[in-house]
Design a protein around this ligand. Structure first.
Ligand code: GGG
Length: 364
């Protein structure tokens, strides 16, 4: 008779560690995912395929992804990503971003970026007015257009008349689909509250359309309490009145900035996860901690792996393994609650010690 293990579902994961601490934390995430799948009662396994698409690869070979890179990724159930960016004058940051994560998001229609933030047990916010119950947010980032459309150009380069344009593109379709995702997210949460972030007082075309579509979609969701914030005032509200917020929707650039602030207010950028989703599920989605490659601590074994574990849990959830995802998050929370934390969270443990502690929790 066949055993449960023989009937396991196998999830094919494309693993792209990338640069700097991306390598350290992807290694840690793979360890906990293997432990999760070998835990008793588990009915799934992971088959990882690692792609060395990194700045090192670019410097040695002249490319990040091969020409058929996107086609290769389409064969996987999900993509796990570490970090990108390396301080070398031959790889400016706009080259690394536009050679790797931005084309993946774009070509795999990952138009939603979900960035949850809360204060984990055993950790504290740098805000004095912020007990754990006061900060529990989900930021929904538009992930395909807006300020990161990549349109524009430069003329008269290297002359005193150098002129550059960076065109933000906002479309009705693009705004509508992110608003609908944000309203559905707000609907799934207890407080049923959505704050929309804009800068439509100064940016009088795209942001005005963004506002208009928000109110159009809001009509379909009368049960959701809504409000609108200008992005500058939003930073103040996040710091002074964190409890007043729940689900937040913002453009590609605004949400990128606000989610870093959110992570810092919840304890450390090292804990924050993100999910780049194609909600149609026609393409694999991609999961990555929001932090960058942190070259100063790369390879030292001290990076905080919690954001990587939380991202891994979100990947497991997206793959349909809700119970296992909850189990992984519970294990992470038990570990932080027990004071097993890296330096950025006020602890004295290294990456492997935190990883071992999470694996031990998964075994117990
Ligand atoms: N792990 C995410 C990462 O490498 N972030 C670097 C970065 O600058 N990302 C910009 C973005 O998420 O749009």
């Amino acid at each position: 008779p066949s055993t449960i293990r023989e009937q396991s579902r196998i999830y094919r994961i494309a693993s792209i560690p990338g640069d700097g601490i991306g390598v350290d934390i992807t290694n840690a995430a793979e360890q906990v995912l293997h432990k999760l799948s070998s835990a008793s009662g588990s009915t799934f396994e992971f088959a990882f395929h690692t792609f060395d698409w990194s700045s090192r690869n670019y410097l040695e070979r002249g490319w990040y992804m091969p020409p058929d890179g996107i086609e290769q990724l389409k064969r996987f159930d999900a993509i796990y990503f570490g970090a990108v960016g390396w301080p070398d004058p031959d790889v400016p940051d706009h080259i690394s971003l536009w050679s790797l994560i931005l084309p993946i998001r774009k070509h795999l229609s990952q138009y939603v970026n979900v960035r949850p933030t809360r204060i984990l047990p055993g950790t504290t916010s740098p805000l004095s007015n912020c007990p754990p119950s006061s900060l529990d947010w989900v930021i929904i980032r538009e992930n395909s257009e807006g300020e990161y459309s990549g349109q524009g150009g430069i003329s008269h380069e290297d002359t005193p008349y150098a002129t550059a344009t960076e065109v933000s593109i906002f479309t009705q379709v693009g705004i509508e689909r992110i608003m609908r995702f944000a309203f559905e997210t707000a609907k799934s949460r207890p407080r049923k509250k959505l704050t929309m972030v804009t800068k439509s007082n100064a940016q009088r075309h795209g942001m005005v359309l963004w506002d208009k579509v928000f109110y159009q979609v809001a009509e379909e969701y009368p049960e959701i309490e809504i409000d609108k914030m200008l992005v500058d005032a939003m930073t103040v509200r996040m710091v002074l009145n964190p409890k007043s917020l729940d689900t937040i929707v913002a453009t590609n650039l605004h949400a990128d900035i606000l989610s870093d602030l959110a992570a810092a207010l919840s304890g450390s950028i090292g804990i924050a996860p993100s999910s780049n989703l194609d909600p149609t599920r026609q393409n694999p989605s991609m999961f990555e901690p929001i932090h960058g490659s942190a070259p100063d601590i790369a390879g030292k074994g001290v990076a905080n792996p919690v954001g990587a574990f939380w991202s891994a849990a979100e990947m497991v959830r997206w793959l349909g393994e809700e119970k296992a995802a909850d189990g992984l998050m519970k294990a992470v929370e038990n570990v932080t609650a027990n004071g097993i934390k890296t330096k950025d969270l006020g602890g004295d443990r290294n990456t492997q010690e935190v990883t071992d502690a999470v694996c031990a929790e998964l075994e117990s």
